[in-house]
Design a binder for this molecule. Structure first.
Ligand code: ADP
Ligand code: MG
Length: 274
């Protein structure tokens, strides 16, 4: 008889899509009997587990759809490697007020300083708040916009509370592509937040977009409501590489060998607006 009721309850939970409750029902009821838990406590535990499970699933779905290159949190970011970076400015972003105010975030700096890391950490925080996110490199975005996919892109991106457009500046854009990017930026302007990462300071944006008028128009929209974080430091990738290399040299007892010379990062334009 008891088995029959359990089967029926399990079936009802399945129909209602409460699969987690179904999975832990038997163990929870056994535990309740051993510990003398009240009906209310049992119900409370089952519902709490179901809600936690559903939130986990939702977060996983949002993160999978975001297509981020990697997932790193801000706890994994070592601020001591970037002594010139204002930690407070970065951590302030994590109260997500910028998202509420539909502000943009610009992360500027040479390669390897953690721009994408900080952007993805922010995106994870936004996803944890139940909001949708989307990551795209500028080259893929331009490809999609060229394929006349602005409508599709707009639909997908307009539902995303946050879009990260990564790697702006790694390749110069033609005037036509710059216009497509301008239209895209306009479509999110004052309605949704966008994070832009770039290895070029504002002084070089004219070169990226091949035209000072379009560069100014893009910057005008982006910077109207924007928080700008500039990371002027050494590449973490190269630092790790150098440490590995030094360790290998030591291990091989070749500590006297000449260390590798690192290519200097050249940023001829200013990081700031003149
Ligand atoms: P960028 O986008 O500026 O080129 P990334 O964010 O891709 O740099 O960082 C390159 C790699 O180095 C990533 O694996 C990232 O997690 C790591 N990284 C960069 N800066 C730091 C840091 N300060 N602390 C920990 N990891 C870092
Ligand atoms: Mg990057």
């Amino acid at each position: 008889m008891l088995e029959l009721v359990r089967d029926r309850v399990n079936n009802h939970l399945k129909i209602l899509g409460l699969n987690c409750m179904g999975n832990i029902l038997t163990e929870t009821l056994d535990d309740a009997q051993n510990k003398g838990m009240s009906y209310l406590d049992v119900l409370d535990r089952l519902l709490t587990e179901e809600i936690n499970h559903k939130e986990d699933q939702r977060l996983k779905k949002i993160l999978n759809m975001a297509r981020m290159p990697f997932r790193k949190t801000i706890d994994e970011y070592d601020f001591s490697c970037q002594p010139l970076l204002d930690k407070r400015l970065v951590m302030n972003l994590f109260d997500l007020e910028f998202l509420k105010n539909k502000e943009n975030v610009m992360l500027l700096g040479p390669p390897g300083v953690g721009k994408t890391h900080i952007a993805t950490a922010l995106a994870i925080k936004v996803a944890q708040a139940g909001k949708s996110i989307y990551w795209i490199s500028i080259s893929d975005l331009i490809k999609k916009l060229r394929e006349n996919a602005l409508v599709t892109i707009r639909r997908r991106h307009s539902t995303a509370s946050l879009v990260i457009v990564d790697e702006v500046g790694y390749m110069p854009l033609s005037r036509k592509d710059a216009h497509l990017f301008f239209e895209y930026i306009c479509s999110r302007y004052e309605t949704k937040s966008t994070i832009i990462t770039s290895n070029k300071g504002f002084g070089q944006w004219q070169q990226i977009f091949g035209d000072s008028i379009i560069a100014t128009a893009i910057l005008d929209r982006l910077l109207h409501h924007c928080r700008v974080i500039t990371i002027e430091g050494d590449s973490y990738r190269l630092k790790e590489f150098r440490q590995r290399n030094e360790k290998e040299n030591k291990d091989k007892d070749q500590a006297t060998e000449e260390p590798l010379a690192w290519p200097a990062f050249e940023n001829t334009g200013s990081w700031r607006l003149e």
